[in-house]
Design a protein around this ligand. Structure first.
Ligand code: MN
Ligand code: MN
Length: 464
């Protein structure tokens, strides 16, 4: 045995790709950037997924009278959560191949009663969503996305700040000249949650108005454009997100930089993969969930019963009925790639990672046997058998992959949907694309890793 063959080292992927593969990678990443620009909220991502699925021949589950091998269907849950399936040749009771990703991302949500005026300005109060470093959200152009309902009950889709001619919004920050007190605070306390108020206007409605002149001007504009009043904010869901578009990063364009790549990079690649599936052995399923960033709670998060319910609906249509035992058998025989981003080693902060067990940008798909914090708390910890099986599928299909922990032991930690999938008695492993600047307004991923994630999901659907 040649001694070098006994050694392991993750491989840098770019140099291993053929010219054709590099072209395919660039094409995929172009589509990915467009997907990111079209989907800056969970609702927009689900709408984009439906449009892509229908173009690829998927139909709404309700319109399918029976289900046969090769049929392609989707089920949408409350506009924020979607399941897509390609029915396999083997019966559902032999299990499914599931790739699950999330489409919600950290952001600033508007409070229910957000509008006020102060110092000749109209402002909007916010409540941040997910784990953000608050200082990153100031002094940067923001767009406003979401839905409102008029007093007559008409839904109004809001998207302001994305078109070239649209105005944008921002959270102002303190000038360094007067920031003596602020600069001596801890980073986590320097910007307070209640200080993340968005600049929304600065003209008055009419010189003759005595009170609330700035606010009334905004309300008048909102009424003219959308037919809404101040009360309609109470029921609205409005999200402030970075207003810039996804870009190539680096002189050689090796990376994609954009808002919301956690976890739309895995959502997009798993979606693209299932759109390519034809006649799989096992039924292939792609699940895009909401609310992962706040604990997978809520009726559109992984902890909701939607997934089990949708699976039972599919089983009933295929098998004629689906009792508790049947559904339990389906789940027991199923496997899942919990597809979420990992932390890439950052040359500016190498100290937080243990380099032998860290993910590197450009070294491909990252498999994470466990996540969690401290003593693996909150992790599903995939079995040796399952990690081997998935690694083998990737190897057999020429996919480059690496493994990682989230960081040094006791440096911090995090969780994903994996533990909730594991609770359903399925095999599951976390895997996905390593990210730089995770949860910041401008996250960075390597194109080779995006491409490898896509190839991983294709291989999993084909060979699992
Ligand atoms: Mn994530
Ligand atoms: Mn996250």
């Amino acid at each position: 045995m040649e001694i070098d063959k006994l050694m392991y080292e993750p491989e840098y992927v770019f140099e291993k790709l053929t010219d054709n593969q590099k072209d395919e990678m660039e094409k995929l990443c172009g589509e990915y950037r467009a997907f990111l620009d079209a989907g800056k909220t969970e609702r927009e991502c689900v709408s984009a997924a439906v449009a892509m699925a229908e173009k690829a021949g998927f139909v709404s589950f309700d319109s399918a009278s029976e289900l046969n091998a090769g049929d392609k269907i989707y089920i949408v849950n409350r506009k924020k959560n979607i399941l897509l399936a390609v029915i396999g040749k083997s019966p559902l009771t032999e299990g499914i191949s599931l790739v699950g990703a999330h489409v919600d991302s950290p952001r600033l949500d508007l409070k229910q009663n957000p509008l006020y005026e102060s110092s000749n300005m109209s402002l909007l109060k916010t409540h941040y969503y997910g784990g953000i470093k608050k200082y990153q959200w100031t002094a940067m152009p923001l767009a406003l996305h979401g839905v409102m309902f008029t007093s007559e009950g008409k839904q109004v889709d809001i998207s302001i700040g994305e078109d070239e001619d649209d105005p944008v919004f921002c959270v102002t920050d303190l000038l360094p000249h007067l920031a003596k007190d602020q600069m001596s605070k801890k980073l986590s306390e320097a910007i307070e949650g209640e200080a993340l108020n968005i600049l929304f206007g600065g003209f008055t409605i009419d010189a003759s108005e005595k009170k609330d002149k700035f606010k009334k001007n905004i309300l008048s504009l909102m009424y003219k454009k959308y037919g809404v009043s101040e009360k309609n904010f109470l029921s609205a869901e409005l999200e402030a997100v970075p207003a810039f578009k996804a870009k190539n990063v680096g002189l050689d364009g090796a990376f994609v930089g954009a808002y919301g790549q956690d976890d739309r990079v895995c959502a997009f690649t798993s979606l693209k993969a299932i759109l390519d599936v034809d006649m799989p052995d096992k039924t292939s399923v792609c699940l895009l969930v909401d609310k992962e960033e706040i604990g997978s709670c809520g009726n559109t998060g992984m902890l909701s019963d939607f997934f089990r319910f949708a699976l039972a609906e599919i089983a009933e249509k295929q098998l004629g009925s689906c009792d508790y035992l049947t559904l339990s058998r389906i789940l027991k025989n199923s496997s899942c790639l919990s597809s979420d981003v990992g932390a890439a080693v950052d040359p500016n902060y190498e100290g937080v990672t243990e380099k032998q067990n860290a993910a590197y940008a450009g070294c491909g798909m990252v498999l994470m046997k466990y996540t969690g914090a401290r003593g693996k708390s909150g992790s599903s910890d995939a079995s040796a058998e399952f990690v081997y099986r998935i690694g083998k599928i990737l190897d057999d299909n020429g996919v480059f992959w690496q493994t990682s922990e989230l960081g040094k032991v006791d440096q911090g930690g995090g969780g994903t949907i994996a533990q909730y999938v594991a609770n359903l008695n399925m095999d599951v492993i976390d895997c996905g694309v390593p990210v730089l600047s995770m949860h910041s307004p401008f996250e960075v991923t390597a194109k080779t890793d995006i491409y490898m994630a896509y190839l991983s999901y294709v291989a999993f659907y084909k060979c699992n």
